[in-house]
Design a protein around this ligand. Structure first.
Ligand code: AMP
Length: 288
């Protein structure tokens, strides 16, 4: 396994690999890898001859009050995990080569980015789509793997690749959880012991709603479900603020206010909750 730090080298290499008819799989990450990331690598390996993983904490997708400077990093540990998982190349660029002085071009996906995370993190998706587009141009992968954990991000990136005719297939891989249901996230290490004990209630609330909807064949009132979920989460005292609990059409991300006329749709239930300074997101899908 090799670590690549320059765009020039990465592009020459991927061009050569493509000429050799190698199938390239790509997993973009911000590092501090966990089993969720490893599952994406596994998915990429299934489809490809060569797997690239990028580690880049992209400043453009963090708001001024967010956790950019304290985002966890550990290249040595990530390197070891990647080697074990069978990654071929880690792309590990510095800020100054991704955004050199005078940088002024951005990718923006409209509509899908308006609600959910887009509403609470203005500018976040502009940062995400810009960096992902740059990485796709550098790595030129046949397959790019993203996690369902960031459902809106996956939908936005899929839309960008369709709209801009980017020649890569987007694969969306299921959320990997701790045994108590907490979705794995690099940010989980910030949780205190008490917060960590309360955090699985996010998944419990999502599972509760899914069960109720299925048991009652989509006849439940969404506001009632939301308030029950909210009660369950607020029953944990370290859950300090619920940013949103939202019901959306899984395909269009349009908000669903009632199941009437929406019974045939796949539903995305998603939420964002703050535990003090730590903001966690999670979701569940009811596929139709
Ligand atoms: P991050 O390093 O958090 O930016 O995530 C990099 C990629 O890993 C994204 O496509 C995430 O959606 C995905 N990911 C993060 N956590 C999980 C998880 N628990 N299960 C599956 N994929 C995940």
């Amino acid at each position: 396994m090799k670590i690549i730090r320059t765009i020039n080298y990465a592009q020459k290499l991927t061009t050569k690999l493509r000429e050799q008819k190698k199938i390239i799989g790509f997993v973009p990450t911000m590092g501090y890898l966990h089993k969720g990331h490893l599952s994406l690598i596994k998915e990429a390996k299934k489809k490809s001859d060569i797997v690239f993983l990028s580690i880049y904490v992209n400043p453009l997708q963090f708001g001024p009050k967010e956790d950019l400077s304290r985002y966890p990093r550990n290249l040595k540990r990530d390197e070891m995990l990647c080697r074990r998982a069978g990654v071929d190349y880690i792309f590990y660029p510095e800020d100054k080569i991704m955004y050199p002085e005078g940088y002024s071009t951005y990718a923006v996906v409209e509509n899908l980015t308006r609600g959910l995370e887009g509403k609470f993190r203005p500018g976040h998706f502009k940062g995400v789509t810009t960096i992902v587009l740059k990485l796709l141009n550098i790595i030129q992968p046949h397959y790019s793997v993203f996690g369902q954990k960031d459902a809106q991000q996956a939908a936005v990136i899929k839309k960008m690749t369709e709209d801009l005719n980017i020649n890569t297939k987007i694969i969306i891989s299921p959320t990997i959880r701790e045994t108590d249901g907490l979705a794995m996230s690099s940010r989980n290490i910030y949780l205190t012991k008490e917060q960590r004990a309360d955090a699985p209630y996010l998944n419990k609330a999502l599972e509760y709603a899914k069960r109720k909807i299925q048991l009652d064949n989509y006849n439940k009132d969404i506001d009632f479900l939301r308030s029950q979920m909210s009660k369950l989460i607020k029953s944990r005292k370290t859950a300090t603020k619920i940013d949103y609990i939202s019901f959306n059409d899984y395909n269009t991300l349009e908000e669903i206010k009632s199941f009437k006329n929406n019974k045939k749709k796949s539903i995305l239930i998603s939420l964002a909750v703050r535990f003090g300074k730590v903001r966690l997101i999670d979701n569940i899908i009811i596929k139709r």
